[in-house]
Design a protein around this ligand. Structure first.
Ligand SMILES: Cc1ncc(COP(=O)(O)O)c(C=O)c1O
Length: 475
């Protein structure tokens, strides 16, 4: 390792080296088993005789801080255990982030817990992901692309992936886009970030469904936007309730998050007409509509857009793995160049080997095959949940109608938001993870209900998980 030693005088050189290495070990900067540089290397770097360094090393060995392994090198002793280095206190007046950041919630670490009966929404079953195929594709790209991987690439994305995405969303979601309209991003979240950089100034009004997708709310809020929640009914977002000053409307028309209805055609046309009158942009988040179980697929809102008002946003977080952080947007021509520049200043481009592997995954029909397989798996889980809810929860829950996705929402038939939260708390005590609908709401009245995801819970655990959940309702 490149150990930093600084000599501040020419006296007691061996002592200075000894003290600095000893301090690095005691402060936990050099951990048990870590190698020290060879005495020859360190002597050359410090322009000293090798003997001076050896004197310091011999003293560290004699005191048990390090051990010499003949012919291999010198290592920090395994016997040394020191607490993890503490961050030093910062003297003086602390720096303050902008107020939007102080008000932000803590980032959720969804991998931190693994409840026994996991009904958390928003997560696909990664245990069924074809990891071996994906590894082979990424590995092949790393080998094939060795010559190209040294240079920064086009911020808009890998050309093959842009074309593959345009075809995929054209076929499956009737999105009107060519490869030139597709910008590859690090997930939906980055697409929203780029859109907000390009379109929003502090104080601009952003309208969102309420209840709605919290990460989107947080993102627009962090850019200084004035956030307005718009109510949702059985036809989706209530267009008549949109604030006239809204500059941007974020909406999930295929499968409203979290309630699950799809936006009716008349509402869709109404929203497009409203956006044209208001000079606003619509961000369509089409996050999980690939998993549609019954009925005719409703085409994307973007496919109805005739005036270039809609930015269509998607990702493979639900269809593949959320940790890939691969997403995209199909943007109107009027915005594309600015979005590409925003991507460039944000992170230059998304990891190229991953993009190339995804292009191949789509082109070889592997994404479509995985979606087909997972649709069957999720449908079976969803049917089982619906059977149990119908059979056992009639007095407690009214399931919201929904034809797609990876979760179901259900209203409490009687009872308040607090009671729904109490059910969630009691459920947690018996290892059942569910979410309260009110967690997704921003403005009063907060809905009293539950959200049950089926991305993670396996078929054989549903019955028992819901039996335990039933016991969490107070009769
Ligand atoms: C409404 C909604 N949009 C988008 C996403 C995916 O976001 P990303 O692509 O940033 O992982 C999710 C995931 O939970 C979601 O619920």
């Amino acid at each position: 390792m490149d150990l930093h030693v600084s000599l501040d005088s020419r006296s007691d050189l061996a002592g200075q080296i000894y003290r600095q290495i000893r301090a690095a070990i005691l402060d936990g900067l050099l951990g048990p088993g870590q190698p020290l540089p060879s005495s020859r290397d360190l002597a050359t770097r410090l322009a000293l005789s090798r003997n001076t360094v050896s004197v310091a090393y011999d003293r560290l060995v004699a005191e048990g801080f390090v051990v010499g392994r003949a012919g291999v090198g010198t290592y920090v002793s395994d016997q040394i255990s020191v607490p993890a280095p503490a961050r030093p206190d910062e003297p003086g007046v602390p720096l303050r982030p902008r107020s939007e950041w102080e008000a932000q919630g803590e980032p959720a670490d969804l991998s931190a817990t693994e409840p026994e009966y996991d009904f958390r929404p928003g997560m696909p079953d990664v245990r069924l992901f074809p990891f071996a195929t994906w590894r082979a594709l990424v590995g092949r790209q790393l080998r094939l692309s060795a010559a190209r991987l040294g240079a920064y690439a086009d911020p808009a994305g890998h050309p093959g992936l842009r074309a593959a995405i345009a075809r995929h969303v054209g076929v499956s979601r009737a999105v009107h886009a060519t490869a030139d309209d597709i910008l590859v991003t690090s997930g939906t979240q980055q697409a929203l970030d780029l859109i907000s950089r390009v379109l929003l100034a502090p104080g601009d009004v952003v309208a969102m469904e309420d209840p709605g997708y919290r990460p989107a709310w947080r993102l627009f809020h962090s850019s200084g936007a004035q956030m307005v929640g718009v109510p949702v009914d059985s036809d989706g977002m209530v267009v008549d309730a949109l604030p006239s000053r809204a500059r941007l409307v974020y909406v999930s028309p295929s499968h409203q998050f979290p309630l699950g209805m799809s936006m009716s055609l008349s509402r869709r046309l109404g929203l497009l007409a409203w956006a044209e009158r208001a000079g606003a942009v619509i961000v369509e988040d089409d996050y999980d509509s690939e998993f549609r179980y019954t009925g005719r697929p409703i085409e994307s809102l973007q496919s109805l857009d005739r005036t270039g008002r809609v930015v269509y946003v998607g990702s493979v977080s639900k269809t593949m793995l959320p940790t890939l952080r691969l997403g995209f947007c199909a943007a109107p021509r009027s915005l594309f160049a600015a979005l590409r520049k925003a991507k460039y200043v944000a992170d230059w481009h998304t990891a190229l080997p991953m993009q190339a592997a995804l292009a191949e995954f789509i082109d070889r029909g592997l994404l479509a095959r995985h979606i087909r397989r997972m649709r069957g798996v999720y449908l079976a889980r969803r049917n089982q949940i619906e059977i149990c809810l119908d059979r056992d929860f009639g007095e407690h829950l009214q399931v919201a109608s929904s034809l797609a996705g990876l979760h179901l929402a259900a209203w409490l038939k009687s009872g308040s938001t607090e009671e729904a939260l109490a059910v969630v708390r009691r459920a947690r005590e018996v290892e059942v993870a569910i979410t309260a609908l009110s967690d997704f709401a921003r403005c009063a009245p907060r809905p009293a209900g539950l959200v049950l995801g089926y991305g993670l819970i396996t078929l054989d655990r549903i019955e028992e998980g819901l039996r335990l959940l039933h016991g969490c309702f107070v009769r």
